[in-house]
Design a protein around this ligand. Structure first.
Ligand SMILES: [Zn+2]
Length: 324
């Protein structure tokens, strides 16, 4: 099936998943899974397996792990190529199958041109990281722009579909997408580029968590300094959880913004004003009684009673209720 002439080509991972039906025609690679003939060499076959390319339909029969392996392989090759471009080593002989960087190009004519590996024409086609900043006359046409746009649109669709799939898999709340931190994360991933190694469970659980706790502590230190300078308000928000417990969240507000302080199971406190007063004064002490200008809570009778006791104890402090 495969001739010796293909020995060098067979180092490409794609050859594990496709073969030449006619050894003399290196352009037509048959997919092992669905039998589709990729007319555009091993590169086109890989696009068929990876999916999401406008040149060729996605393979419906290739196993998911193969698809992932191919996507990873293509990303690594692209990375390697970009690294080489960056270091100005333009000997691209290792990538002789990889000359279709632009998915929007029509391959047939160019492919024939390139079948004799005189590499000047080929080099002209290679796209490096800096190329985005320089328009080449042949690429600056409106048509190319439209192709790029529709290609980008397709890529976005694919990325979003895969991302959503992961969310359903992992049971991530849809609301998580509304977090501003999510947009920041996506921007950073985009900047890191193709082939970025995702964070491992260990990394998220240990080093990055440690780092984030440190960041949060740093922010809290800033807030605490602000409390000292300009004073602050303690806000309490009570709610009942699914088990019927009364939970009170405490937040501290100052000119730098609001900070979550703690969440207390107040089931045993909240019934009487006396006990609630004890809880509130504990929080006030924690924030620093001289810093607290105001305590805000809801206007349940227990809070009203606790508020009166607070104002009696701390002369400079005002208790205010929020309307529910
Ligand atoms: Zn296939």
């Amino acid at each position: 099936m495969e001739s010796d002439a293909n020995v060098t080509r067979k180092t490409d991972l794609g050859w594990k998943h496709g073969y030449l039906a006619d050894p003399k025609n290196k352009n037509d690679v048959t997919c092992k899974y669905c039998g589709k003939v990729a007319k555009g060499g091993i590169n086109r076959l890989k696009q068929h397996l990876a999916g999401g390319y406008r040149n060729i339909t996605e393979c419906k029969k290739c196993p998911e792990h193969v698809r992932e392996e191919i996507i990873e392989f293509m990303a690594q090759k692209k990375n390697a190529r970009e690294t080489i471009d960056m270091t100005h080593e333009h000997d691209m002989t290792d990538f002789d199958d990889e000359d279709e960087m632009l998915m929007g190009t029509e391959p047939t004519g160019k492919r024939k041109q390139n079948s004799t590996p005189t590499s000047n024409a080929k080099r002209a086609k290679q796209v490096g990281p800096m190329d985005a900043f320089f328009k080449s006359p042949s690429q600056s046409t409106a048509k190319q722009k439209t192709l790029n746009e529709s290609y980008k649109k397709e890529q976005r669709k694919k990325a979003c579909a895969e991302f959503s799939k992961w969310m359903y898999d992992a049971g991530i709340a849809f609301n998580a997408l509304n977090y501003p931190s999510f947009k920041v994360a996506i921007d950073c991933i985009t900047r890191a580029g193709i082939g970025m190694k995702p964070p491992s469970a260990y990394e998220a659980r240990v080093p990055f968590l440690k780092q984030e706790v440190e960041n949060t502590n740093e922010k809290m230190r800033n807030h605490r300094q602000e409390w000292l300078k300009t004073g602050c308000s303690v806000m309490s928000d009570g709610w009942t959880d699914r088990c019927g417990r009364t939970i009170i969240n405490f937040l501290v507000n100052c000119s730098k913004g609001s900070m979550f302080l703690e969440s207390i199971d107040a089931s045993s406190y909240s019934k009487t004003g006396d006990k609630l007063f004890m809880l509130l004064s504990k929080v006030v002490e924690q924030v620093g009684e001289s810093n607290v200008v105001q305590v805000i809570s809801d206007n349940g009778s227990n809070f009203v009673a606790a508020g009166a006791l607070l104002m009696a104890k701390y002369k400079h402090l005002y208790w205010t209720h929020s309307h529910h």
